[in-house]
Ligand binder design. Structure first.
Ligand SMILES: Nc1ncnc2c1ncn2[C@@H]1O[C@H](COP(=O)(O)OP(=O)(O)OP(=O)(O)O)[C@@H](O)[C@H]1O
Ligand SMILES: [Mg+2]
Length: 168
Protein backbone atom coordinates (compact mmCIF):
# COMPACT_ATOMS: atom_id res chain seq x y z
CA UNK A 1 0.00 0.00 0.00
CA UNK A 2 1.32 3.43 -0.95
CA UNK A 3 1.86 5.82 1.96
CA UNK A 4 1.38 9.50 1.29
CA UNK A 5 3.02 11.76 3.84
CA UNK A 6 1.67 15.26 4.23
CA UNK A 7 2.67 18.06 6.58
CA UNK A 8 -0.10 19.40 8.83
CA UNK A 9 -0.24 22.71 7.02
CA UNK A 10 -1.30 21.28 3.69
CA UNK A 11 -4.14 22.12 1.35
CA UNK A 12 -5.35 18.91 -0.28
CA UNK A 13 -7.06 19.82 -3.55
CA UNK A 14 -9.40 17.16 -4.92
CA UNK A 15 -9.99 17.20 -8.67
CA UNK A 16 -12.40 15.03 -10.61
CA UNK A 17 -15.82 14.66 -12.22
CA UNK A 18 -19.06 14.42 -10.30
CA UNK A 19 -19.60 10.91 -8.98
CA UNK A 20 -15.92 9.90 -9.16
CA UNK A 21 -15.58 9.53 -5.37
CA UNK A 22 -13.95 12.74 -4.12
CA UNK A 23 -16.19 13.22 -1.09
CA UNK A 24 -16.01 9.50 -0.28
CA UNK A 25 -12.20 9.72 -0.36
CA UNK A 26 -12.24 12.84 1.83
CA UNK A 27 -14.48 11.19 4.42
CA UNK A 28 -12.39 8.03 4.45
CA UNK A 29 -9.07 9.73 5.19
CA UNK A 30 -9.83 13.08 6.86
CA UNK A 31 -11.79 14.57 9.73
CA UNK A 32 -15.15 16.11 8.95
CA UNK A 33 -13.85 19.49 10.11
CA UNK A 34 -10.89 19.28 7.73
CA UNK A 35 -13.15 18.99 4.69
CA UNK A 36 -14.44 22.15 3.04
CA UNK A 37 -16.95 21.16 0.40
CA UNK A 38 -18.39 23.45 -2.28
CA UNK A 39 -21.61 21.38 -2.29
CA UNK A 40 -21.93 21.76 1.46
CA UNK A 41 -21.39 25.52 1.13
CA UNK A 42 -24.31 25.64 -1.35
CA UNK A 43 -26.48 23.76 1.14
CA UNK A 44 -25.47 26.10 3.96
CA UNK A 45 -26.93 28.97 1.94
CA UNK A 46 -29.97 27.41 0.29
CA UNK A 47 -30.53 24.02 1.97
CA UNK A 48 -29.80 22.39 -1.38
CA UNK A 49 -26.39 21.09 -2.49
CA UNK A 50 -27.62 21.15 -6.09
CA UNK A 51 -28.78 24.77 -6.13
CA UNK A 52 -26.41 26.21 -8.72
CA UNK A 53 -28.08 29.63 -8.47
CA UNK A 54 -26.12 30.22 -5.25
CA UNK A 55 -22.78 28.95 -6.56
CA UNK A 56 -21.25 32.45 -6.55
CA UNK A 57 -22.00 32.93 -2.86
CA UNK A 58 -21.11 29.33 -2.03
CA UNK A 59 -17.64 29.68 -3.53
CA UNK A 60 -17.08 32.87 -1.52
CA UNK A 61 -17.65 30.88 1.68
CA UNK A 62 -15.64 27.96 0.28
CA UNK A 63 -12.58 30.13 -0.35
CA UNK A 64 -13.02 32.12 2.85
CA UNK A 65 -13.16 28.99 5.01
CA UNK A 66 -10.15 27.49 3.29
CA UNK A 67 -8.21 30.74 3.69
CA UNK A 68 -9.10 30.96 7.40
CA UNK A 69 -8.15 27.35 8.11
CA UNK A 70 -4.86 27.69 6.26
CA UNK A 71 -4.11 30.91 8.17
CA UNK A 72 -4.19 28.69 11.26
CA UNK A 73 -1.92 26.12 9.62
CA UNK A 74 -4.76 23.59 9.61
CA UNK A 75 -4.83 20.63 7.26
CA UNK A 76 -7.64 21.37 4.83
CA UNK A 77 -9.28 19.38 2.06
CA UNK A 78 -10.86 21.40 -0.76
CA UNK A 79 -13.71 19.18 -1.96
CA UNK A 80 -14.88 20.56 -5.30
CA UNK A 81 -14.47 19.36 -8.87
CA UNK A 82 -11.53 21.80 -9.49
CA UNK A 83 -11.57 20.78 -13.14
CA UNK A 84 -10.93 24.31 -14.41
CA UNK A 85 -7.38 25.54 -14.22
CA UNK A 86 -8.61 28.85 -12.78
CA UNK A 87 -10.27 26.99 -9.88
CA UNK A 88 -7.11 25.04 -9.08
CA UNK A 89 -4.89 28.11 -9.31
CA UNK A 90 -7.21 30.07 -7.04
CA UNK A 91 -6.87 27.34 -4.41
CA UNK A 92 -3.11 27.09 -4.86
CA UNK A 93 -2.81 30.85 -4.33
CA UNK A 94 -4.62 30.53 -0.99
CA UNK A 95 -2.06 27.93 0.08
CA UNK A 96 0.86 30.04 -1.14
CA UNK A 97 -0.46 33.15 0.62
CA UNK A 98 -0.62 31.23 3.91
CA UNK A 99 2.74 29.49 3.42
CA UNK A 100 1.04 26.12 3.22
CA UNK A 101 1.90 23.03 1.18
CA UNK A 102 -0.25 21.71 -1.63
CA UNK A 103 -1.26 18.23 -2.67
CA UNK A 104 -3.42 17.71 -5.71
CA UNK A 105 -5.32 14.43 -6.04
CA UNK A 106 -6.83 13.80 -9.46
CA UNK A 107 -9.42 11.04 -9.81
CA UNK A 108 -8.96 9.42 -13.20
CA UNK A 109 -12.16 7.40 -13.06
CA UNK A 110 -13.93 6.25 -16.26
CA UNK A 111 -17.18 7.94 -17.32
CA UNK A 112 -19.17 4.70 -16.95
CA UNK A 113 -18.22 4.35 -13.29
CA UNK A 114 -18.95 8.02 -12.53
CA UNK A 115 -22.40 7.67 -14.14
CA UNK A 116 -23.08 4.44 -12.23
CA UNK A 117 -21.95 5.88 -8.89
CA UNK A 118 -23.87 9.09 -9.58
CA UNK A 119 -27.20 7.28 -9.93
CA UNK A 120 -26.53 5.09 -6.91
CA UNK A 121 -26.64 8.04 -4.51
CA UNK A 122 -29.30 10.46 -3.32
CA UNK A 123 -28.04 13.53 -5.16
CA UNK A 124 -27.89 13.02 -8.93
CA UNK A 125 -25.93 15.22 -11.30
CA UNK A 126 -27.12 15.41 -14.94
CA UNK A 127 -25.23 12.80 -17.02
CA UNK A 128 -24.50 15.51 -19.64
CA UNK A 129 -22.68 17.51 -16.97
CA UNK A 130 -20.55 14.51 -16.06
CA UNK A 131 -19.69 13.99 -19.73
CA UNK A 132 -18.46 17.60 -19.89
CA UNK A 133 -16.47 17.00 -16.72
CA UNK A 134 -14.71 14.07 -18.40
CA UNK A 135 -13.45 16.33 -21.19
CA UNK A 136 -12.06 18.73 -18.62
CA UNK A 137 -10.50 15.85 -16.70
CA UNK A 138 -8.24 15.01 -19.65
CA UNK A 139 -7.06 18.62 -19.84
CA UNK A 140 -6.52 18.76 -16.07
CA UNK A 141 -4.46 15.56 -16.12
CA UNK A 142 -2.16 17.10 -18.72
CA UNK A 143 -1.92 20.45 -16.88
CA UNK A 144 -1.23 19.45 -13.30
CA UNK A 145 2.45 18.68 -13.72
CA UNK A 146 3.02 22.29 -14.79
CA UNK A 147 0.93 23.76 -12.00
CA UNK A 148 3.65 23.08 -9.44
CA UNK A 149 1.95 21.44 -6.49
CA UNK A 150 4.27 20.13 -3.79
CA UNK A 151 2.81 16.70 -4.46
CA UNK A 152 0.35 15.44 -7.03
CA UNK A 153 -1.24 12.04 -7.51
CA UNK A 154 -3.40 10.58 -10.23
CA UNK A 155 -5.67 7.88 -8.86
CA UNK A 156 -6.93 5.46 -11.47
CA UNK A 157 -10.07 3.45 -10.72
CA UNK A 158 -9.78 1.76 -7.31
CA UNK A 159 -6.41 3.29 -6.43
CA UNK A 160 -7.75 5.95 -4.07
CA UNK A 161 -8.86 3.14 -1.76
CA UNK A 162 -5.36 1.69 -1.70
CA UNK A 163 -3.36 4.42 0.01
CA UNK A 164 -2.43 5.29 3.56
CA UNK A 165 -2.21 8.94 4.48
CA UNK A 166 0.21 9.95 7.21
CA UNK A 167 0.13 13.48 8.56
CA UNK A 168 3.53 14.54 9.80
N1 LIG B 1 -14.13 3.90 -3.83
C1 LIG B 1 -15.44 3.70 -3.86
N2 LIG B 1 -15.96 2.48 -3.72
C2 LIG B 1 -17.28 2.28 -3.77
N3 LIG B 1 -18.20 3.27 -3.94
C3 LIG B 1 -17.74 4.50 -4.07
C4 LIG B 1 -16.35 4.80 -4.04
N4 LIG B 1 -16.19 6.13 -4.23
C5 LIG B 1 -17.42 6.63 -4.33
N5 LIG B 1 -18.37 5.67 -4.25
C6 LIG B 1 -19.82 5.87 -4.31
O1 LIG B 1 -20.09 6.67 -5.43
C7 LIG B 1 -21.03 7.69 -5.16
C8 LIG B 1 -20.44 9.03 -5.53
O2 LIG B 1 -19.31 9.29 -4.73
P1 LIG B 1 -18.99 10.74 -4.18
O3 LIG B 1 -20.23 11.40 -3.68
O4 LIG B 1 -17.85 10.59 -3.26
O5 LIG B 1 -18.53 11.48 -5.52
P2 LIG B 1 -18.00 12.95 -5.71
O6 LIG B 1 -16.78 12.87 -6.56
O7 LIG B 1 -17.86 13.61 -4.40
O8 LIG B 1 -19.15 13.64 -6.57
P3 LIG B 1 -19.60 15.20 -6.60
O9 LIG B 1 -18.56 15.94 -7.39
O10 LIG B 1 -20.91 15.18 -7.33
O11 LIG B 1 -19.72 15.67 -5.20
C9 LIG B 1 -21.35 7.57 -3.67
O12 LIG B 1 -22.62 6.97 -3.52
C10 LIG B 1 -20.27 6.67 -3.11
O13 LIG B 1 -20.77 5.85 -2.09
MG1 LIG C 1 -18.77 15.27 -3.53
Amino acid sequence: MKTIQIPKNTLVILCGPAGCGKSTFARKYFLETQIVSSDRCRALISDDENDLSVSGMAFKIFHLLIDMRLSQGRLTVADSTALDRSARIRLKKLADKNNCHTLLALFNVPLELCLKQNISRERNVEPAVIKKHMQKLGRAARAITEEEYDQHYVFDQGQADQVAIKVT
